[in-house]
Design a protein around this ligand. Structure first.
Ligand SMILES: NC(=O)c1ccc[n+]([C@@H]2O[C@H](COP(=O)([O-])OP(=O)(O)OC[C@H]3O[C@@H](n4cnc5c(N)ncnc54)[C@H](O)[C@@H]3O)[C@@H](O)[C@H]2O)c1
Length: 431
């Protein structure tokens, strides 16, 4: 493909050096004449390991040139790869002015070239609403439509400065959010030959994969540092602790606990998070992220109760009440707290949780005394009595097989599982 790389900073320069090596002809564009001049002479505008050689080779072979004239670049290309900056504004929001200006100028140049087909792929990091606006700006400025001729895609960048060239040829993944067939075709051709798992999504979702990565990486660094402070305070070697922590690939370094779903609860997590928060508060070790964990979890519970209340159900049925599947343990179950709050606000509430019915009364104490008036023996009785069902457990698949609902029911799925999709009237927490 003939590619115009718009913006010759880190991302643009690395793209200019690497794309010719997988068969593309590249023309770099920037408003900064120094960067354009460097590339024209076969020198990379930024310092990055391995880039100088790649740029020099591509330049010598005639597969890399540069210009500060966007019209000339669009005329000489089939696809624009937009790599301009999206820095922070003083209020913390991302400044999209470079992106808007670049997309407008590309759109106008496409119109001026009178071509019937062009694709724009945005590598810059920006939020979904910005992608929406950019698509509209591009269509307006170019005079083309996404049904005929115009393509737009987000293609977030996952390479790291310092090892950017290496990452370009071996990325952790390739993600596209493409709109229009022209964009899809361009995306498929862009990294042909690079071996990486590739995902096609909508532009906004693709953009948020990038933010999810960076948020998570920031959380990981902060977690490591907070563990360091905590260990130091308690006289323990943090490296020894974290080395063993990272060896656990089942629960720690894995996809476990990462799917959006219910709040956490149970006999351990809340209590142990509280204990560490207490250490932080009483010793002045500033574990700010840790202290936010409990508050964030409580917000989840508030949000769920508010969502159920907003539906104004006649009766709410909990399918599973213990903090997780496979145990009748109700200690700090977030669902028990939800039940209490709904009951306190006057809602009728029923519960179906087969393991709870096996909990026996003590001689002078019934651990389920508070709950007995709400318990149902089977799923059928519960669904008959309730119009709003909160599914917190799959119950070993029984829910999927045994649930009989009609148009009168609403379902709220907190299982972080896809099983309930088969039911028509179904809402997930985050959809
Ligand atoms: N740097 C990284 O490691 C990295 C990694 C992943 C994603 N990103 C994202 O990639 C984007 C680019 O980052 P960067 O670090 O390469 O930025 P940068 O600041 O190094 O470079 C941006 C370039 O765009 C040029 N530019 C601005 N407006 C232009 C226009 N209208 N036409 C042509 N050129 C124009 C600027 O002159 C500059 O050379 C950002 O959104 C960033 O968040 C960066």
């Amino acid at each position: 493909m003939r590619i115009a790389v718009v913006g010759l900073g880190y991302i643009g320069s690395v793209s200019c050096g690497c794309l010719p090596h997988i068969g593309h002809a590249v023309i770099g564009v920037d408003i900064d004449s120094h960067k354009v001049a460097a590339l024209k002479e076969g020198r990379p505008p930024v310092l990055e390991a391995g880039l100088a050689t790649l740029v020099a080779e591509a330049h010598e072979e005639g597969r890399l040139t540069a210009t500060n004239n966007i019209e000339a670049a669009i005329e000489a290309s089939d696809v624009a790869l937009v790599c301009v900056a999206t820095p922070s504004r003083p209020d913390g929001g991302a400044d999209d002015s470079q992106l808007v200006a670049a997309i407008e100028s590309i759109g106008r140049a496409v119109r001026a070239s009178a071509r019937g087909e062009y694709a724009v792929i945005v590598r810059s990091t920006c939020l979904p609403d910005v992608h929406e606006r950019l698509q509209a700006i591009l269509a307006e400025a170019s005079g083309l439509s996404y049904d005929r001729g115009l393509g737009y895609a987000s293609n977030p960048e996952f390479l790291r400065e310092g090892s950017a060239v290496e990452d370009f040829f071996a990325p952790p993944k390739i993600v596209f959010g493409a709109r229009g067939v022209v964009a899809e075709d361009a995306c498929r051709a862009l990294y042909a030959g690079i071996d990486a798992e590739t995902f096609f999504m909508d532009p906004g979702a693709a953009a948020l994969v990038k933010y999810a990565d960076n948020y998570y990486h920031a959380v990981k660094v902060t977690f490591g540092n907070e563990m360091g402070m905590l260990c130091q305070q308690l006289g323990v070697d943090p490296y020894a602790v974290m080395d063993v922590f990272c060896k656990d690939r089942k629960l720690n370094i894995s996809a476990r606990y990462l799917r959006p779903g219910a709040p956490f609860g149970g006999s351990c997590l809340p209590k142990d998070v509280r204990a560490l928060s207490h250490v932080s508060r009483t010793t002045d070790v500033p574990l700010k992220m840790l202290q936010g964990v409990d508050a964030s979890n409580r917000c989840q519970i508030d949000r769920l109760v508010a969502r159920i209340e907003a539906a104004e159900p006649v009766a709410v049925g909990f399918i599973g009440l213990s903090f997780k599947e496979g145990t009748p343990d109700l200690r700090e179950s977030p669902f028990l707290e939800m039940l209490r709050r709904l009951v306190a606000s006057g809602r009728k509430v029923r519960v179906y949780d087969p393991l709870l019915s096996q909990v026996t009364r003590g001689a002078d104490h019934d651990p389920l005394a508070e709950l007995r008036p709400h318990l149902d023996d089977d799923l059928g009785a519960l669904t008959e009595a309730c119009d709003y069902l909160v599914v917190t457990q799959k119950l070993g698949g029984e829910v999927w097989d045994g649930l009989r609902i009609n148009g009168h029911h609403r379902l709220l799925d907190l299982t972080a599982d896809d099983g309930l999709r088969r039911f028509g009237r179904y809402e997930e927490l985050y959809r």
